[in-house]
Every structure is written in structure tokens, then in C-alpha cells.
Design a protein around this ligand. Structure first.
Ligand SMILES: NC(=O)c1ccc[n+]([C@@H]2O[C@H](COP(=O)([O-])OP(=O)(O)OC[C@H]3O[C@@H](n4cnc5c(N)ncnc54)[C@H](OP(=O)(O)O)[C@@H]3O)[C@@H](O)[C@H]2O)c1
Length: 249
């Protein structure tokens, strides 16, 4: 229950799904957690249930000034940062023939530019030996219809993580990624698709997963804890698929 005792963790997209499950687990493991999201009402709601040493910070990761303020508020409150978990993301669906500039900008600004700018702001404040974790996805390993721009945004992040791994090596900062397969989170309700289409898509995903089901946010949180804890002290630069085997068949 103390794998992250006295560690300071900043989590983006922490009011929902994978980010929220990880915030809960980190707090249980003794971390001080900066719970960040883009909607104040959602942050207020989750703050009622979270237990432990945490603050909430309103920050839209697509905005450079918000990334700066997120890191400033985190360090003003807790000093240095040990874990930066870049988890916020969106996955609106559009076939390649319907892609618009707005669709591209929304996805890349949140999924790719956001983490890149948050890292730039955070690096001077991350303790040597600290940990940076991305929430990536298996979508850049397999083609899923309608997820072209989303997949490209995550593929770009994977490439960025490799360079980052090298550039922070002198400070002993570990850089890893988790790549979930289909996980039961509110993400699917935000894809801009009718409910029946989401239901059908869900059945298709579940059937394609060798373990025959969606994963749970808590199952991703367990991996996020492992990769950012001392137990993973020699694991660096990897992307861990947590997908019931979907990416491997
Ligand atoms: N669920 C899956 O099957 C799956 C699979 C692979 C990868 N992922 C990745 O997992 C991550 C977490 O997604 P999830 O499934 O847990 O979905 P989720 O419950 O919708 O969580 C996404 C979080 O990111 C936040 N967010 C979105 N845009 C933001 C912005 N501009 N600034 C700050 N926060 C923002 C969301 O805020 P709001 O509540 O305001 O929307 C929410 O808190 C994402 O990076 C996603 O790409 C998910």
C-alpha cells in the first residue's frame, strides 16, 4: 500500500476513465496527486470521492498556457514532480474521406501537442530518477476504420517517446507508455457516434479480443502503477500493450 510513498504525480485527464482509476490507485499507494482535467465541474465531482493528499487543477492540455499553469500549480503546491502521467486524450471517429482540418486539429492538439508541451514545462521540475508515462493505444499497430487521425496522433506520440527516452537518459528519468486495447470508459460516448453504432462497435471489439471482453480502467491503472514504481526500475522506453491480446493476433 505504499509503492509511491511521498512521490508527487501529475495526471492529465484524471477526472474520468483510466486517469481517474490511476489517480485513485496512486493515492492508495501513498502518492501526492495533481488531478487535472479540462472541466471544473467534473474535477469538483471526483474530488468529493477521492481520498488522500491531492489537488485538482483545471487545465486544457491543448492550450500551451494551461500546460504551463498546470506545472506551476503542481510545483507551487508540492515542489518537485516524480511522475508525469500524460493520459488525456480524445478519439472522435471519422472515415478518411470525411476528415476535416478541425477534426485533425482537435485530435492532434489534445493527444499529441498537449503531452509534448506539458513535458517541456515539467522537465525542469521532474526529479532525477523520475518517471514519464504516456497513455498511448494499440491503434498505431493495427488499422481500425474511422480512427485514422486518432491512430496517427498516437503513432506520433510513440515516436516522440523514443526520442524523449534518449534525451532524458542522463537524468535517469524513465519514459514508458501503456497501450490499452478496448477499455470500458466514457471515451466511447464521446466519439460523436449514435449509441447503437457504439454498441455494435463494442461487440465487434470484444469479439476480436482473444480474452473476449473489454478491459477495465483499473486493469490499466495497475500497469500504470507498476511502470512508474520502483518495481519497474529497469524498464525504460517500452510500450506495454494491455489489450487482452488484441494487438498480437
Ligand atoms: N478507452 C479505450 O478503449 C482506450 C483505448 C486506448 C487508449 N485510450 C486512451 O486512454 C486515455 C484515457 O481515455 P479514457 O478511455 O479513460 O477516456 P475518458 O474517460 O474520456 O478520459 C479521457 C480524459 O481526458 C480528458 N481530456 C480530453 N480532452 C482534454 C483536454 N483538452 N484537456 C484536458 N483533459 C482532456 C477527458 O476530459 P472530459 O471528461 O472533459 O472529456 C477525460 O478526463 C486517452 O488518451 C485515450 O486515447 C483509451
Amino acid at each position: 500500500m505504499n509503492k509511491l510513498e511521498n512521490k508527487v504525480a501529475v495526471i492529465t485527464g484524471a477526472n474520468s476513465g483510466i486517469g481517474l482509476a490511476t489517480a485513485k490507485l496512486y493515492l492508495e499507494e501513498g502518492a501526492k496527486v495533481v488531478v487535472s482535467g479540462r472541466r471544473q465541474e467534473a474535477l469538483d465531482e471526483v474530488a468529493k470521492d477521492l481520498k488522500g493528499d491531492f489537488i485538482t487543477v483545471l487545465a486544457d492540455v491543448s492550450k500551451p498556457e494551461d500546460n504551463l499553469r498546470l506545472i506551476q500549480e503542481a510545483t507551487n503546491h508540492y515542489g518537485k514532480i516524480d511522475i508525469l502521467f500524460l493520459n488525456a486524450g480524445v478519439a472522435p471517429v471519422l472515415p478518411v474521406s470525411d476528415v476535416t482540418e478541425a477534426h485533425y486539429d482537435e485530435i492532434f492538439n489534445i493527444n499529441t501537442k498537449g503531452p509534448i508541451l506539458a513535458i517541456k514545462e515539467a522537465l525542469p521540475h521532474i526529479n532525477d530518477g523520475g518517471s514519464i508515462l504516456f497513455t498511448n493505444s494499440i491503434v498505431h499497430q493495427k488499422g481500425f476504420d474511422g480512427l485514422g487521425v486518432y491512430s496517427a496522433s498516437k503513432g506520433a506520440l510513440r515516436a516522440y517517446a523514443r526520442v524523449l527516452t534518449s534525451e532524458v537518459k542522463s537524468r535517469g528519468i524513465r519514459v514508458n507508455s501503456i497501450a490499452p486495447g478496448p477499455i470500458e470508459t466514457p471515451l466511447y460516448g464521446k466519439m460523436g457516434l449514435p449509441e447503437d453504432v457504439v454498441d455494435e462497435m463494442g461487440k465487434g471489439f470484444a469479439a476480436a479480443v482473444p480474452l473476449g471482453r473489454f478491459g477495465k480502467s483499473e486493469e490499466i491503472a495497475n500497469a500504470a502503477l507498476f511502470l512508474t514504481s520502483e518495481e519497474a526500475a529497469f524498464i525504460n522506453g517500452v510500450e506495454l500493450e494491455i489489450d487482452g491480446g488484441l494487438s498480437q493476433i
